[in-house]
Design a protein around this ligand. Structure first.
Ligand code: C5P
Length: 225
């Protein structure tokens, strides 16, 4: 029995890595498995929300009852998120968005020409999807509650606090090491305006349910404020 804590809410989740093309057969990505984001989408659906999941390239089954939009690059993810955020009341950004993309993506495969010369890659910064949504009018008016994630290798609390401020989100969730990518378990550090608390190590699905409950509590508070 799952308590229906999110009935009437529209939850938008990003998950997985992004893939930034170098040419039609090569690109840059990272080791995000998408497990945490998919677990959150599943838990939000079980709690009664309508759920849209914007997923980078991952091998995860779509949770039952969840509308999934597959994207490749950070720019694709931003476009999908901006469109879906218009109807959302909660946005949870778990995606490990590539910070940079190749400045130019070749339309044809880059060939080895036998000279031993190697191509050089220039990069440009990708848009910050979470920060851009958190700056939107609906988020600033309190109609859209934004949650960010942070994966840090040291000083998690300090970095999570700073990231919460920088991104302009009410709730920032830190992944407590060791590196969580691909694992089935995790431990989370929740940082909000009132302080911080830890959700001890558990399966990502159990943590997702606890996080959904925490979000539901905070929504009730913001709505009644
Ligand atoms: O700055 P950093 O990448 O550590 O921030 C992590 C948080 O911001 C995560 O919630 C992630 O999904 C989100 N993010 C994003 N777009 C980016 C970079 C990060 O939405 N380009």
């Amino acid at each position: 029995f799952a308590p229906k804590q999110l009935v009437g809410e529209h939850v938008l989740v990003t998950a997985g890595p992004t893939f930034e093309a170098i040419d039609p057969v090569r690109g840059i990505t990272n080791l995000s498995s998408g497990k945490m984001g998919f677990a959150i989408a599943r838990a939000a659906r079980a709690a009664g929300a309508e759920v849209v999941l914007v997923a980078g390239p991952v091998h995860q089954p779509t949770p039952r009852g969840v509308r999934r939009i597959d994207v490749v690059s950070a720019q694709d993810m931003l476009a999908a998120v901006q469109q879906e955020a218009e109807a959302a009341t909660v946005f949870v950004a778990t995606a490990a968005v590539a910070d940079w993309r190749p400045a130019r993506s070749a339309t044809q495969k880059i060939k080895k020409d036998g000279s031993g010369e190697v191509p050089s890659l220039g990069f440009v910064e990708n848009p910050d999807i979470l920060a851009s949504v958190a700056r939107s009018a609906r988020a600033r008016d309190g109609q859209l509650y934004c949650v960010g994630f942070a994966a840090e290798s040291e000083d998690l609390l300090a970095h999570a606090r700073a990231k919460r401020e920088r991104k302009g989100v009410p709730l920032l969730v830190g992944n407590i090491g060791p590196a969580t990518f691909g694992r089935d378990d995790n431990a989370l550090l929740l940082v909000d305006a009132d302080g911080h608390r830890e959700l001890p190590r558990a399966s990502k699905q159990a943590l997702a349910q606890q996080l959904v409950a925490e979000i539901a509590t905070r929504l009730r508070h913001t709505r009644s404020a």
